[in-house]
Design a protein around this ligand. Structure first.
Ligand SMILES: C[C@H](O)[C@H](O)[C@@H](O)C(=O)CO
Ligand SMILES: [Mn+2]
Length: 414
């Protein structure tokens, strides 16, 4: 009997249907972030670090330096990941001979991405880029006290929304446009309210033009702190939770943007009561928002279990946000994205009816016994079957393929 057949029986004994889990998993797109491929540098034909309190560290060879290299790396990575997924583009990844400033970007600067995405059968998401720019050097953008700086960024945000809406229209799939600004203060501010009122007014101006939700879904991303903005982040969790609810936007929960002992898994059901849709930035903070490649660890499993248990998969956009320049960029994408899928698969293979019944009956002993016994079930065999059916490698073959591709890009250097 095949390993998968054994697994089917093992899960069936717990009243879990592996075929239903595989069918569901196949339908869940993960939005892979373009910025893992080049260490958050972008293609604006200027040098400089990311700024905004985020930084990729490391000097492993093979970083993509052009849109063509990035697309080649993405094509390879998607071919190692089962299913059909999405690409999350940042505005600074424009593909054009022109060099528009951020307040002058247009859809045409991203058209090659759209044409390419169509050929790859992947969806597209978008982000305005409010960092790595001289007008963001004060770590203040939409909340800057200087109206002319705010206006510059408002224009960037408006144009990004227009571009995202056109991308969504072209692709026939709503484009999530996620707004994250680095705004904050290194030392304790005396007038937090003024800064937050400015951010609110700028966001209002930026998002005032309405777009069809079939094409554009606006999201806002909060943060606890960043390097250089330790004392106060203007767009805190409370700020954006309220804003997203008031404006019926998506709230983006980034796993690295909370206190280290908080897990966003606990927040999902809570915010789901007030929001139609949620965006995740699945990440792995180590001591701070370090954006390590995600592992198949308890934090990710808890998020996946909540999405399934609270029936939130349909109204959650799953995006990734990590970047590690000490390892192969393509391996990072592949390992991280597959880990998210593996977590979802495990969550889909839970005997939820039994677990919920035990909990509702205050039978916490059974709940604990079931969750612990389930850990011994053959998840690996179900995952291997999924990879086989989707025609992607697994195990040693995956490692060989990742190594071979990395070897082919090593001559690019850093
Ligand atoms: C590049 C992304 O926009 C960025 O990582 C943002 O999502 C974030 O999480 C900043 O800490
Ligand atoms: Mn993020």
């Amino acid at each position: 009997m095949s390993e998968y057949k054994n697994a089917v029986d093992a899960f069936a004994a717990w009243d879990v249907d592996t075929e239903a889990a595989l069918a569901r998993l196949k339908s869940i797109p993960i939005s892979m972030h373009c910025w893992q491929g080049d260490d958050v540098v972008g293609f604006e034909k200027k040098s400089g670090s990311s700024g905004g309190g985020i930084q990729a560290t490391g000097n492993h060879p093979g970083r993509a330096r052009t849109p063509d290299e990035l697309r080649a790396d993405l094509e390879f990575s998607y071919s190692m990941i089962p299913g059909n997924h999405r690409l999350n583009l940042h505005a600074m990844y424009l593909d054009s001979d022109e060099t528009p400033d951020r307040d002058a970007i247009e859809y045409k600067h991203f058209e090659t991405w759209v044409e390419w995405a169509k050929t790859q059968n992947i969806g597209l998401d978008f982000n305005p880029t409010f960092f790595a720019h001289a007008k963001a050097d004060d770590n203040l953008t939409l909340s800057h006290p200087d109206q002319s700086i705010r206006d510059f960024w408002i224009e960037h945000g408006k144009r990004s929304r227009d571009i995202a809406a056109q991308i969504g229209r072209e692709m026939g799939s709503a484009c999530v446009n996620n707004i994250w600004v680095p705004d904050g203060y290194k030392d304790t501010p005396v007038d937090r309210l003024a800064a937050r009122k400015r951010l609110e007014a700028s966001l209002d101006a930026m998002t005032e033009p309405s777009h069809d939700k079939a094409h554009l879904l606006d999201a806002v991303e909060s943060k606890l702190f960043g390097i250089g903005v330790e004392a106060c982040t203007v767009g805190s969790h409370e700020f954006y939770l309220g804003y997203a609810i008031r404006k019926q936007m998506l709230l983006c929960l980034d796993m690295g943007h909370f206190h280290p002992t908080e897990n966003i898994a606990d927040k999902l059901s809570a915010v789901s009561l007030s929001l139609d849709r949620i965006l995740l930035h699945v990440s792995r903070p180590m001591r701070w928002d370090s954006d390590h490649v995600i592992l198949l660890n308890d934090d990710i499993l808890a998020v996946a279990q909540e999405l399934v248990s609270a029936d939130m998969l349909e109204r959650t956009s799953i995006g990734l946000d990590f970047f590690d320049a000490t390892i192969s960029r393509t391996a990072a994408w592949v390992i991280g994205t597959r880990n998210m899928q593996k977590a979802l698969l495990r969550a889909l293979l839970q005997p939820l009816k039994q677990l919920k019944k035990a909990e509702a009956g205050l039978d916490f002993t059974s709940r604990l016994m079931i969750t612990e016994e389930m850990k011994d079930l053959p998840y690996g065999a179900v995952w291997s079957e999924f990879c086989n059916r989707m025609d992607v490698p697994n195990g040693l073959q995956l490692i060989r393929d990742l190594d071979a591709y990395q070897a082919s890009v090593t001559e690019r250097g850093m």
